[in-house]
Design a protein around this ligand. Structure first.
Ligand SMILES: [Cu+2]
Length: 144
């Protein structure tokens, strides 16, 4: 069996190249996201304006903000590509939920959402809207 006569530095160099490759690849696979911009919206049903990455957007809900009752999330974000909504509670994972907003005839992005009941009885939610990689979060409280 022929013995490979490789230079001593080759193995460590390959390890370094491999690590660098993994680091670069993970950046592309999981791009670092800026933390969601938290906005206050006193009445989501009336709608609110916000600034998302320098672009003015309008958002709100239509229907009753109640758990187990479908309501609609709407977003007016001119020029936006993809938008998704998800719902959590502060310090509490409320299970996987992700809604893709689809444009209606006028270009308003909409999704029909149904929230689950919180096992602890809490009603304080945080809606996070992701628009083209920028996130906006809006706390709200569901009705009884
Ligand atoms: Cu909860």
């Amino acid at each position: 069996m022929a013995e490979l006569n490789l230079p001593r530095w080759l193995a460590p160099a390959l390890v370094i190249v491999l690590i660098a490759g993994v680091v670069v690849a993970s950046r592309f696979l999981q791009p670092e996201e800026a933390p969601a911009l938290r906005i206050a919206c006193t009445d989501l049903r009336a709608g609110c304006r916000a600034d998302l990455a320098g672009q003015p957007v309008e958002l709100g809900v239509a229907g009753e903000l109640k758990v187990l009752t479908p309501f609609e999330v709407w977003l007016k974000a001119p020029g936006a590509g993809t938008a998704q909504a998800s719902f959590t509670m502060e310090g509490m994972d409320m299970g996987f939920n992700l809604y893709t907003l689809k444009p209606d005839a006028t270009g308003t992005l909409r999704a029909r959402v149904t929230l689950p009941v919180c096992v602890t009885g809490r009603r304080d939610w945080i809606m996070t809207l992701k628009v083209d990689g920028h996130a906006l979060s809006v706390p709200f409280v569901t009705q009884l």
